[in-house]
Write a protein that binds this ligand. Sequence first.
Ligand code: C2E
Ligand code: MG
Ligand code: MG
Ligand code: MG
Length: 292
Amino acid sequence: RAKAAGKNRAQFYVSAMSDSAVNYLLLENDLRRALEQNELRVFYQPQVDLNTGRITGLEALVRWQHKDRGLMSPVHFIPLAEETGLIEPLGAWVLEQACARFQHWLAAGIDLCKVAVNLSTRQFRQEGFEHTVAQVLRKTGLPAQCLELEITESSAMENAANTINMLNCLSDMGLSLAIDDFGTGYSSLAYLQRFPIQKLKIDRSFITNVDRDDQEAAIAKSIIDLAHNMSLEVIAEGVERASQCQWLGERGCDQVQGYFYSKPLSEEALMNLVSDSERVICDASGVRLLSQ
Ligand code: C2E
Ligand code: MG
Ligand code: MG
Ligand code: MG
């Protein structure tokens, strides 16, 4: 009987190795191959100045052009990449790709100010990470002031003393630094003040209903004021409607990023947008006008 039960249990474990666990293993092997076989793509989402309507930068966002699953969002493979350590080569690849592409555009006379690249905790905590960045800048020829690195609030606060050291190294190289997903972590304001950063990015969760929910509005307004009181720029993520733009503009938010202006675009689609419009212009009501 015991033996039978044991057998059943083993079977149970096998079947409990659910689709998602199996998927995960398959995905890990796949992701290794994807890196080698060039299945990753970098998309770019414009960031727009609310006062002038001009593009002030691009955020580089990785995608995976999977042979069976189609274009996959990073939320489905970045966590896996972090767990397995694949994030280190993957992140280095995205950084180099974004820097090389931006430098290529600059050389062609297309100046979109700067390109922002996301860093995962593991990448950022890598011994000598600053040398990787310096090497990419040297190799691609991109001026450091055209590169912005984004680190999430929770990642920055995780080992804040260590964060300060790494951010100082990066800042000394002349690039700029932004705190991503701001408002979702637990910031120590004392540390925040000691980070050599230029920008806070208000997390999308505080922007979704900013124009119609008092609580979200209070939080977003507090973050805008905090940023300005610390002489930082502030950008709102996930802006999808004109009414959000208007609300943010009236409260002095500097920049926005979101589907309202543009989804993250392939290189080709971005170049079409830029050549159609030279720059994206909006009027005070937040209506998009592609002109100039
Ligand atoms: P994130 O850095 O906060 O990037 C913003 C995310 O919000 C992007 O999702 C973007 O497509 C999405 N988004 C932008 N505007 C809107 C909007 O108006 N509405 C909605 N609903 N969403 C909007 P995406 O590209 O799926 O990336 C998700 C996350 O994956 C990123 O969040 C970032 O944490 C991570 N990620 C992406 N690329 C990289 C990378 O190269 N390295 C690392 N370490 N992480 C990356
Ligand atoms: Mg980001
Ligand atoms: Mg974010
Ligand atoms: Mg995020």
